[in-house]
Design a protein around this ligand. Sequence first.
Ligand SMILES: Nc1ncnc2c1ncn2[C@@H]1O[C@H](COP(=O)(O)OP(=O)(O)O)[C@@H](O)[C@H]1O
Ligand SMILES: [Mg+2]
Length: 301
Amino acid sequence: MLGQCSDRRFMHKTSEWLLSFSSNQKLNSRSLSLEDFRPCTKISITGGKGGVGKTSISLKAAQELAKSGHRTLLIDCDSNLSNTAIKLGLPLDNKFEKLLSAEASFEDVLIQQGNFHLLPACNGSISLFESKLNFAEIIIDIINSHEHEYDYILLDCPAGVSREALTLNAFCDYRWVVVTPDKSSITDSYSLIKLLHNRFGTKENHLIVNMFQSEKQMQKVVSTLGQTIENFIGIKTSFLGGVKKAEISADGFDTFFLSETNNEWQKNFVKLLYEFTEKNGGPMAARLQGTSLMAHEHDVH
Ligand SMILES: Nc1ncnc2c1ncn2[C@@H]1O[C@H](COP(=O)(O)OP(=O)(O)O)[C@@H](O)[C@H]1O
Ligand SMILES: [Mg+2]
């Protein structure tokens, strides 16, 4: 069923963007069109390694941007191990299969909570597993068709450095690389950034250090990874901020991180988003007024 999918529905713009990378052509060598000056900001939340907090951070960022009045779409790009709906306690229905086979529309599959929209993917779908679909092309076509409806589109990327994951990362305006203080996460993030640079000419990445236990440890991750990237790849890396490790059971973290409560994690994460959106022209300032966030300015940095 999936095999016959959507080639017709999804073919138009993806191929144009992907073709710009054929014959080793880099992004900046293609000619720009009006399509390149779109107001929707696309961010991938990525990092190579699994279990570093990409999904928790994607959900939190999308929900906070939505609360600040931004129309925000989070797309779960872990095509067949989708975790976003699970973390929100929503039922899993593999409806995404029906979108792929054109039996359901984008709106049918979308979960909408005010300004926060979530496009979940599948969980163990056999037909998706057996299909030959290029998931990255499908996601890019969905974005091309719907970005005019959103201020932000966030992609919760899968672990690994598959061609599909790299393609989605390269397509976005920004990449938030989530890294934890362990060596394998630092190495995987470096490999991801190297491959993105070599294959797609990607030069800009933002680091988020998750699960750090002390300020010193966080700074060490930033300087070690930043220096290695600069020395061996020749590009600079921006540091977006950190999320402290919570001494709490795994599922417990999502419950309180995604809750409305005004805890330390909440305040620091809103501050991180504020700094990013301000630097990139987005108005999160209203959100900060009337809160005590500024008093916590040094909590993370
Ligand atoms: N700062 C943190 N402190 C404690 N636990 C965390 C933190 N960030 C994420 N977690 C937990 O770590 C686990 C992995 O996070 P997840 O977002 O699913 O990772 P990924 O998407 O990178 O595989 C989850 O159980 C999540 O609740
Ligand atoms: Mg995940």
